[in-house]
Design a protein around this ligand. Sequence first.
Ligand SMILES: [Zn+2]
Length: 234
Amino acid sequence: MLREDGQTGDYGPIVIMFISLIRNTGVKRLAFAILIFLLIGSILNIAVAWGCVLWSPLSSPGVLADYPEYRAGVSGLPDDHAIMTARSSGFGIARFTFTWHVPAESHAIWHIRAGWPCEALAGQIDVEGEIAGALVTPRWLEGMVDKPERRPLPITPLAGGFAINTGLWALLLALLILGPGRVKRFNRKRSDRCIACGYDLSGAAHARCPECGGLVHADGVTVSSKSPDHSPVE
Ligand SMILES: [Zn+2]
């Protein structure tokens, strides 16, 4: 918890966590930890995007109109036909329906973008079932998804959104795993208390914490709680 006197009020928990991480961890270990968190963050990012694709309900498509800006990045759209686009969206997913007519038949492509909070992955499927930049939803999963139409799982990363989401999910994960303990120890150290047990060490110099027997180092109150010796030293 942050102290109520406002001394640490300027620091967000994130800043406290990183100050503490850099002080207590080597640069190599820190880089490795960041890499691992980013890796898990990217997996979370993909899982969230696919979850949005599979389970988010889509609004009914809007009015068909020609939106040239939506054409970018969609393959298989003929330039010489008038193409009408409709957009439907749900939580973390947007679907664009492109339709155009050739003599005797009409064609349609669904282009799906998904991810939260940013759109991170894209994929498309045409009505005949040809899929580009996407995976077909596996059959065992399709049974768990109650939806009237096929939704391919997009696998083409959208660079900006993918990076932002991965960073955010990694940061959230790091805060959940490392945050509470780091913030607690940081605040105990600042307020002259034993890092291991919270005992108030102010007022006199201690070689060991009188409460838990942890070693008190010269740089403040860095305490090893794993001390076998519990005799207090004044
Ligand atoms: Zn202690």
